[in-house]
Design a protein. Structure first.
Length: 294
């Protein structure tokens, strides 16, 4: 292959690189600014002197959050929720997408089930019926309410279904001739070939469960059952005059709700920032191959 080294091509590639660098910086800058604000003195933040580097470096906002024992409990509740939710969603999506990837001739209820899935994805019964259903199932003050409260991720099912439909039909036919059944075909052939799309739906599931904060205040009557996002959403600076000592007064003098909120936001996004690079190489491929039927 002969590489095109014309002036127009070099100019085009240069402009692309500059644009990509600018877009990358635009994505990174809000995260960096949030970190900088969380590490800055309240006076500098209030005066608008903080932009690219911390002013009056202080870790008091993080100390205030972490010193609360509920922080670690909420953190592990979120971890438990993510692990259970990811495992359950993985197998539910896999087992539902496989039969739906067949034609209506091969799997007769396919069209009916697809219409039901699409309808449920576009319309919901509302908050009150959802709460009544969860309560009748014993999901109040229960980790399973947070894990199962989102129901079936229909978008993920469609993504995996289309990925399966793009796989060569001849592989399944050969396996059937050799005597393999549906379970062997699914877990022995389809699943090993579906690493990109399965990694993609795992990212969607992990991000969805980790960032979700609304269900806990609805399903949980005790704050100690809140996951991390719900916990940090309601954390505020509460002053108890009877317990303010010299160290506490010094800390409060360098901290405000603005710096505390920035610390909460950064803590909540940090785990996702750490795990995403391990899935990134599968992410684009999984979205592309699972988005359309070839």
């Amino acid at each position: 292959m002969v590489e095109d080294r014309s002036a127009v091509t070099r100019l085009f590639n240069g402009v692309n690189k500059v644009l990509l660098i600018l877009i990358t910086l635009l994505c990174i800058l809000p995260v960096w600014y949030t970190l900088v604000v969380s590490l800055s003195d309240r006076a500098a933040v209030a005066a608008g002197d903080v932009f690219f580097w911390p002013q009056g470096l202080t870790f008091n906002s993080y100390a205030t959050i972490i010193e609360d024992g509920q922080f670690f409990k909420s953190f592990f509740i979120s971890v438990e929720r993510v692990v259970l939710g990811a495992i359950i969603a993985f197998f539910v999506v896999l087992l539902m997408a496989y039969p739906l990837s067949k034609t209506a001739k091969e799997f007769k209820p396919r069209n009916i089930l697809m219409w039901l899935l699409i309808f449920c994805m576009l319309f919901s019964g509302g908050l009150v019926p959802w709460y009544m259903t969860m309560k009748s199932l014993g999901m109040i003050n229960n980790i399973w309410g947070l894990v199962l409260g989102g129901g079936l991720p229909v978008f993920n099912v469609i993504l995996v279904m289309n990925f399966f439909r793009n796989l060569p039909k001849e592989m399944e036919e050969s396996a059937l001739i050799d005597g393999a059944g549906p379970w062997r075909i699914l877990f022995g052939i389809f699943l090993p070939l579906s690493t990109p799309v399965m990694a993609t739906i795992l990212v969607f599931t992990i991000v969805g469960h980790w960032n979700e904060f609304f269900q806990a205040p609805v399903l949980m009557t005790k704050n100690e059952n809140y996951p991390l996002q719900s916990y940090i959403r309601q954390v505020t600076i509460v002053l108890n005059p009877a317990k303010i000592d010299a160290e506490s007064a010094k800390r409060l003098a360098t901290m405000s709700n603005q710096t505390l909120n920035a610390a909460k936001i950064f803590i909540s996004m940090l785990p996702l920032l750490l795990i995403y690079p391990f899935f990134q190489k599968y992410f684009v491929k999984g979205i592309t191959l699972g988005s359309v039927k070839g």
